[in-house]
Write a protein that binds this ligand. Structure first.
Ligand SMILES: Cc1cc2nc3c(=O)[nH]c(=O)nc-3n(C[C@H](O)[C@H](O)[C@H](O)COP(=O)(O)O)c2cc1C
Length: 212
C-alpha cells in the first residue's frame, strides 16, 4: 500500500510540514510505504485551460508535474496539507490541484456527465490537513474544503479533515500535542480504511463464489 504526502507550504520546517510528516509517520507505523513531496521543490505552472488533456488524460504542459502524475496514479492514499493564505490554500497547492484537471473525464456530448479517474482505478482515500494562525475557525476560510472538494471530484473519499488553528511561527506545531495527535490519527485512519478496502475486496470475491 502506498501513501503520498503533499506539502503546500514553502516552509520546509513549517507547521504544515510538521503535521503532514506526523500523519505520514503514523501511516508508516501502520505498514504503509510512503513518499513525501514539497511542492516548493517542483516547478509547477498554472493550468492554462487548453483542454489538451481531454482525450488522453495527459497534461500537455511539460514541467515537474509530469514527475508527480505517476506518483498519484500509484498511490492508494494521499495526504494534502496547506497553510491558510488569505482564507484559502497556498498558491502552490492551488496550482497542483488545478493541474490534476487532466484526471477528470467528461462525456463528449454532455459535460454534465463526468468522473474522476480514481473512480475507475478503484477506491482511493485521502486526508487533508489545514493550518492557520488565527484562533477562530472562520479565519481558516475555505482552506480544508479547497482541498477536499477537488479530491472528491477526482474520486477520492476524504476520510479525515484536520483543522489546526493558532499556529504562526514555523515549527510551532511540534509543541501542539493535540494537533500532532489529530494528524497521527488521520494517517492511521487512512491506512486502516485502505486495509479494510483490500480485505473487503477479498470478501466480495468469496461472496460471489457462493452465488455461482
Ligand atoms: C500570505 C499569507 C496569508 C495568510 N493568511 C492567513 C489567513 O487568512 N488566516 C490565518 O489564520 N492565517 C493566515 N496566515 C498565517 C499562516 O496560515 C500560518 O502562519 C501557518 O502556520 C503557516 O503554515 P506553515 O508553517 O506550514 O507555512 C497567512 C500567512 C501568509 C504568509
Amino acid at each position: 500500500m502506498k501513501i503520498l504526502g503533499v506539502i503546500g507550504s514553502k516552509r520546509k520546517k513549517g507547521n504544515t510540514s510538521c503535521l503532514v510528516q506526523e500523519a505520514i509517520k503514523a501511516a508508516q507505523k501502520e505498514g504503509a510505504e510512503t513518499e513525501l513531496i514539497f511542492l516548493g521543490d517542483y516547478s509547477i505552472k498554472d493550468c492554462t485551460g487548453c483542454e489538451g488533456c481531454k482525450d488522453t488524460l495527459k497534461c500537455v504542459i511539460n514541467d515537474d508535474m509530469q514527475k508527480i502524475y505517476p506518483l498519484l496514479l500509484e498511490a492508494d492514499g494521499i495526504i494534502l496539507g496547506s497553510p491558510t493564505y488569505f482564507y484559502n490554500i497556498s498558491a502552490d497547492m492551488k496550482a497542483f490541484i488545478d493541474r490534476c484537471y487532466c484526471f477528470e473525464v467528461f462525456a463528449e456530448d454532455d459535460r454534465s456527465c463526468w468522473l474522476g479517474i480514481n473512480e475507475v482505478l478503484g477506491g482511493k482515500y485521502a486526508v487533508v490537513i489545514a493550518v492557520c494562525e488565527q484562533h477562530d475557525e472562520k479565519d481558516m476560510g475555505f482552506t480544508p474544503e479547497a482541498m477536499s472538494k477537488p479530491l472528491e471530484a477526482l474520486g477520492y473519499r476524504v476520510v479525515d479533515m484536520v483543522r489546526v488553528l493558532g499556529l504562526f511561527k514555523a515549527g510551532e506545531a511540534l509543541q501542539d500535542n493535540k494537533a500532532l495527535e489529530q494528524s497521527r490519527k488521520a494517517g492511521e485512519r487512512l491506512v486502516k480504511t485502505i486495509k479494510l478496502r483490500k480485505d473487503t475486496e477479498t470478501k466480495i470475491k468469496e461472496l460471489k463464489k457462493t452465488y455461482n
